[in-house]
Design a protein around this ligand. Sequence first.
Ligand code: BGC
Length: 766
Amino acid sequence: MEIDEKCYGERPIYLDATYPVERRVDDLISRMTLEEKIAQLGSVWTRDLLTDGKLSSEKAGQLLKNGIGQITRIAGATSLPPNEVAELANEIQRFLVEKTRLGIPAIIHEECLSGFMAMSATTFPQAIGLASAWDPELVKEVSSVIREQMRATGAHQGLSPVLDVARDPRWGRVEETLGEDPYLVMTVGCAYIKGLQGERPGSGIIATIKHFAAHGFSEGGRNCAPVHVPPRELRDTFLLPFEAAVKEAGAGSVMNAYHDIDGIPCAASQELLTNILREKWGFKGFVVSDYGAIEMLQTFHHVAGSKKEAAKMALEAGIDIELPGVNYYGEPLIEAVREGLISEATIDEAVRRHLRAKFILGLFENPYVDAGKAPVVFDTPEHREIALKAACESIVLLKNENGVLPLSKNVGSIAVIGPSAASTRNLLGDYSYTAHLSKEKDAVPIVSILDGIKSMVSSDTAIHYAKGCEISGDSTDGFAEAIEAAKKAEVAIVVVGERSGLSANDTSGEGRDRADLRLPGVQEELIRAIHATGTPVVVVLINGRPLSIEWMAANVPAILEAWLPGEEGGNAVARVLFGDYNPAGRLPISFPGQSGQIPVYYSRKPSSWKDYVFASAKALFPFGHGLSYTKFEYSNLEISPDKVGPAGKVNISFDIMNTGERPGDEVVQLYVHDVIASLARPVKELKGFRRINLKAGEKKTLTFILSMDQLAFHNRDMNLVVEPGMFEVMVGSSSEDIKLTGSFEVVGKEREITGTRCFFCQVIAD
Ligand code: BGC
């Protein structure tokens, strides 16, 4: 129905929610001055608006006079509790709505990698731990909590998830990723996006997929260093999760990566940000710059000689919004338009994308939140329960010789040793509030592993705690006390690993890359010293990334990888140690034996196999690896049909039975190998998985419905094709522990995929 504008009297169309979004956007843009438009392309740090912790009308009057596109972190840059964050958000919005000419509310963005980065917010396991659960539904639950908490404080956009496929564990940010495999990253990442964005935009948080693109495979594993990935590998491996996130999960925003690929900084890459993202994939959201990335075109990459040049380059490549402040998109952009260097139409396009998001969010109708209600959704028992479940599911049992684990709760005495045993801080990832902002005090109650163990064992169990050493540094002064503790105990639990964050004390996290992947400091020496006492040692690793732990893997009977497990980490680890939870987490990334093997990932090409003079080329612990306290048997593989057209589907079904004595989860993994192809193809690739719970003695039939679309790759002409030929099927418990094998054949002609494609393997369990 055509609506007669005149019927609406004086009320501008853009303020009338009965009009379609595009009409409202057009109307608003037609009313805006150049300064107002460009203000929509920037953001302002909350702290720059405050005096003595309160919104300063003078500062707001200066910085917000033309409106503003976004507000940078209210919760994540202050020490305010949730209700005060919400009040401040309301005050800022009120200023924009009431004191600026057009009254355009701002999008407030925050960080939310392992939970909303805010005081009192639930702290979940770091992303690498969430990926280890191999449980997309769990991740959706986690990000739904994040959505609820963020929304309650007035935020609208979260700068997560990280969809970088991580291929180099030297990179400190591996902990922020979902691992090395595009299928796992894509599946878990899409679940995260769906939970964060929710069902309705009006109550959702815009997900920001980052870092576009291929940030996880930089030169030497050094943050922001150039990425050397050829075009085909870029598309088939590194872009795949982003493509699915745009097409399947409807991610609302994209953040560029800092690095350059073959000389072109991603922030200036029209190919990535426009040709691929918008034109090929049909992305309709907006692109934000990583913090300072536009400036870096001038000061880091040296591809722009001036602010104006950098701004033009980024905008024309496809970056709509400059974060975190207005620096290059402010005055320099205004001048560039006035001088005719950039057309106003280009500005309008970026403004349009941002305003569209604001209308879709319902910001004009509901700019405020009920601040009094905000605390109600923070740190509730239900949220803690989800944090505990996530931590439990994320733990990977790497080794368990002779069934050392689980331990008995009635053990007479245990030693709990190590720099992370009594620490709460060390259980957090680099984008948790406490770690990121280097706070002295935890932002939410966190259970240490020592406390988790104390609350688990019988009242008769003697616990001997000793720190032993620090994470870094070479002091062995604490060894004697630790050795004494171990000698008095029947078993020694040694909690070692990395400390995550961005500061000089941190060994993992953004900007904390390492050349040597052994445990930092004297931690391995500490384990050797405890081992030498003869007391059985159980190592709990608190790591931001896979380390090379060769000696430990050979000598210590039991090793748990707990990653950075968050607020319930201590309870989760204790549950696994004492058998209240049967572990089933699986490695989302291969553990190298030695740093010199890097890159080491399971989906290698056939030619990448040769061993080194003194070392194997194989991973120490492979992708998908993880043990259980029970056993599973696989049988009766059936593949039908065994011949299929290139647009068809194949059902791969088999039985799985828990043949042990405890209930437990198994993570069933489906790998496929293209036997003969027109290009060298990986020896195997993950194409489906399912975490399934089976009681002792229980048997289920699983059917994986594999779409031939999933076999597509970019051929010599860079067309996405499904080629005919034989495909080997491998079903297993890890990428190296294959239980069943079979094959099918794709018959007929090569098929080119140009439009939509099926990304996911459906799994049915009876
Ligand atoms: C990181 C981004 C992050 C931003 C703001 C940058 O250094 O690369 O992932 O969102 O900082 O915190």
